[in-house]
Design a binder for this molecule. Structure first.
Ligand code: GLY
Length: 370
């Protein structure tokens, strides 16, 4: 009996690997090796993490240090310091970490005064017997751990928030703060309201107000010993209601790592990911023999199913998954690619397998044509 089961399992995984090989070079498993993957904004994070992994450092220390480069970058407005704020103009950060070898995890949410929430999430994991800390308690814990508590809103992020705030309209067409601005109008009108701001910055702020971002960076690592870790960190949905928490700090949604199987993470519309426990779903799919690509596309299909596959409603948001299996096989997937006339947009993700970080195209569930 035992041998029958194990033969069936062998055949299943063998079939999965054959399918993976047929799917192209990206899908070819190569066994445990040093590899780091991340969302599109993770080139520097992957470079830093790979440098540390090559130096023999722990995979979790590597990915946390990697994403910290993005958290501290004032030009990155979807992650860490300089993230776009909530509707009250307050930056609230979320992050989670998972360490394969020790099978432990930690997360923080709604952090308001710490530039590097991923490092704080790691301290929740290593210094407490809790898994998740939120809000004021998480900021206090950071202070107790020696973090400097700092203002996270930069002048640029504040400007984008002001442009959004002045353009929010109620059903009667009134804005909260004035009746002067339509975000759809030219930046020339904004220039009158913000005379001291240059046009390029105003155009950026207008774009942010119209199309609020869910920035987020997810980063997953495997080393040649087969050890795995992952991290996800974000400032969440811009202009969110104060206190809104997305998927990034939710273990099993924005991040999941199982040392025996692999890891997965997400960027994009967190609410839809939480509804399907995306990262855990993907890891479980891989446990049952799916390739990272198959496992992630299945998760996207579950999101689609939640909307009865109604593409008009699904078109209202974006979501991406990243998956790395313990044998080094990996994939980036996305709900949508876009094509509008000559313009094509295919979301990408980042891979570093020891050289330069590079972008590879995400495999889409749907292709949108305008
Ligand atoms: N995926 C990030 C968020 O929804 O907050």
């Amino acid at each position: 009996m035992a041998s029958r089961i194990s033969r069936r399992m062998w055949m299943k995984s063998s079939a999965a690997l054959t399918a993976a090989a047929a799917a192209g070079p990206m899908a070819v498993a190569q066994g445990p090796k040093n590899i780091v993957i991340a969302s599109s904004n993770g080139k520097e994070a992957c470079r830093k993490a790979m440098e540390m992994i090559k130096a023999g450092e722990d995979t979790l220390d590597a990915v946390v240090a990697g994403v910290q480069t993005v958290e501290l970058d004032p030009t990155q407005h979807g992650v860490g310091y300089a993230g776009l704020p909530n509707e009250d103009g307050v930056v609230e950060l979320d992050a989670s970490v998972m360490h394969g070898p020790s099978r432990r995890c930690g997360s923080v949410a709604g952090v308001r005064m710490v530039k590097t929430p991923a490092r704080l999430a790691k301290l929740v994991m290593t210094e407490t017997d809790h898994v998740m800390m939120v809000g004021q308690g998480a900021d206090q814990f950071a202070k107790d751990m020696g973090f400097k508590l700092e203002e996270l809103l930069t002048d640029e992020s504040r400007l984008a928030w002001l442009v959004w705030k002045k353009s929010v309209r109620d059903k009667k067409g009134h804005t909260n703060w004035s009746s002067e601005v339509e975000t759809g109008n030219a930046t020339a009108e904004l220039k009158e309201l913000f005379p001291n701001v240059d046009e390029k910055t105003l155009a950026w702020a207008r774009e942010m107000a119209i199309h609020p971002i869910t920035g987020t960076i997810n980063c997953l690592a495997l080393n040649s010993k087969g050890e795995m870790s992952g991290v996800t960190t974000t400032s969440g949905l811009a202009w969110k209601i104060a206190g809104r928490i997305g998927d990034s700090p939710i273990i099993g949604a924005g991040l999941y790592v199982d040392q025996d199987v692999g890891g997965a993470g997400s960027t994009g519309r967190g609410e839809e990911n939480i509804r399907i426990a995306g990262a855990h779903t993907i890891v479980e799919n891989m446990r049952h023999g799916m390739t990272p690509q198959e496992a992630s596309l299945d998760a996207l299909k579950r999101i689609s199913r939640n909307f009865k596959d109604d593409k008009a409603r699904l078109a209202q948001f974006d979501i991406n998954f990243y998956a790395l299996r313990k044998d080094g096989l990996y994939a980036g997937t996305t709900l949508w690619t876009y094509e509008s006339g000559a313009q094509k947009y295919n979301p990408v993700f980042t891979v570093n397998d020891g050289g330069e970080s590079r972008h590879e195209k995400c495999v889409p569930l749907y292709e949108r044509r305008a």
